[in-house]
Design a binder for this molecule. Structure first.
Ligand code: SAM
Length: 348
């Protein structure tokens, strides 16, 4: 059974066997407790920075079943994973996703389940998801202008996303974070409308720096740096205060607006990489385990969940995959090699 799948050039470091222990450690001392699970590579949008317009999705039988995902998560939980985020592709396109939420939320040791969605199908599914045990939600929304939404997403959908957000709020989701990718020479005019919209409704806006993981040609000049956005927001709202309660292992730099009126965050992966505190591992929809969003190698765990179930080997592979993690993505250096998969096929 082959388990290592080279995806391109491998930037290698000497690897040793991972030590056996109760926690998922890498050679840089980082402890991994955070699992991102992609439940599908399908999406009902085609965001230019994320995926190509013409895309072939995986056949359904290649995707892990809910039972296989839950099984993997149960094993990961015995190794110290306690946070799970469901993503995709668009996770709400996976039929009956609430059933998976229920399964994952009931796994001993898992105390935090979140979901990242584009919100298009949220109105119809909010209540079911909430009742299943999902309370934390990230909704991706880059603009409040329908025409600009269509330009970025190559599809319509703004009205549905806004309805989804309202419904989720009424159902009781908290926190609701709104993720906005910021691209220079495009996003400038979206910053203030999004900031006002989120602040008025109690949503936490998080600006994400544009990363080289989509199908389009990434250029550093297109990265709209978090610091510049902070300066623009301060011109409009006054000084932002770094949130003293923010989690140091979180990728987001969190701030409070003046007088504590709402929060805003920044995921500055390009200008302030947070690899040094990264605690994440990722499972793709078809069962490949990745130790970094930008990893060039993957570990195929599906055979151990489907063909020859073997929990001891699975644990060993999870440990080893984490142990082999590199120090960080290299997109600020000439060494950077873009993964062959685009974001939608990894799980954002
Ligand atoms: N479909 C869901 C959604 O839209 O939230 C989940 C998957 S999507 C790949 C997850 C997140 O990745 C979204 O917030 C999206 O904006 C972000 N993303 C995709 N491509 C990106 C890029 N090149 N740079 C920064 N963020 C990106």
């Amino acid at each position: 059974m082959s388990v290592r799948v080279p995806l391109g050039m491998i930037l290698s470091r000497p690897t040793k066997s991972a030590p056996v222990g109760p926690r998922l450690l890498d050679t840089f001392g980082r402890v991994h407790n955070n699992l991102r699970i992609s439940v599908t590579d399908r999406c009902n949008l085609r965001c230019t920075y994320c995926m190509p317009e013409d895309v072939t999705f995986r056949p359904k039988e290649e995707l892990l079943s809910f039972e296989e995902i839950a099984h993997f998560t149960r094993i990961a939980a015995t190794l110290g994973v306690n946070k799970v985020r469901l993503t995709g592709g668009e996770p709400l396109m996976r039929r009956d996703l609430y059933k998976l939420v229920e399964m994952v939320a009931s796994i001993p040791g898992i105390d935090d389940v979140g979901l990242t969605t584009n919100g298009l199908l949220l109105k119809a599914q909010s209540q079911q998801l909430f009742d299943a045990g999902l309370h934390r939600l990230n909704v991706s929304l880059d603009t409040l202008d329908a025409g600009r939404f269509r330009t970025l997403a190559r599809r319509d959908g703004l009205v549905q996303v806004l309805e989804g957000l309202e419904t989720a709020k009424n159902v009781g989701f908290s926190p609701i974070k709104v993720n906005a990718v910021c691209i220079r020479d495009f996003s400038e005019e979206d910053i203030m409308p999004l900031a006002h919209y989120c602040r008025e409704r109690g949503f936490e806006l998080r600006f994400i720096e544009y990363m080289p993981i989509g199908a389009d040609a990434w250029e550093r000049d297109k990265v709209f740096a978090a610091q510049e956005i902070i300066e623009r927001l301060e011109e409009e709202f006054g000084p932002l205060r770094r949130d003293p309660a923010s989690d140091p292992s979180s990728p987001a730099l969190d701030f409070e607006y003046p007088e504590g009126k709402g929060r805003v965050g920044f995921i500055a992966s390009v200008t302030r990489p947070f690899c040094g505190t990264c605690n994440r591992l990722r499972l793709t929809a078809e069962g490949k385990l990745r130790n970094c969003l930008f990893a060039l190698t993957e570990t195929n765990v599906r055979p151990l969940l489907r063909d020859q179930p073997d929990d001891a080997t699975l644990k060993e592979l999870i440990r080893q995959t984490v142990w082999d993690k590199w120090e960080g993505h290299e997109f600020n250096t000439a060494k950077f090699v873009k993964p062959l998969r685009t974001m939608h096929a990894i799980g954002g």
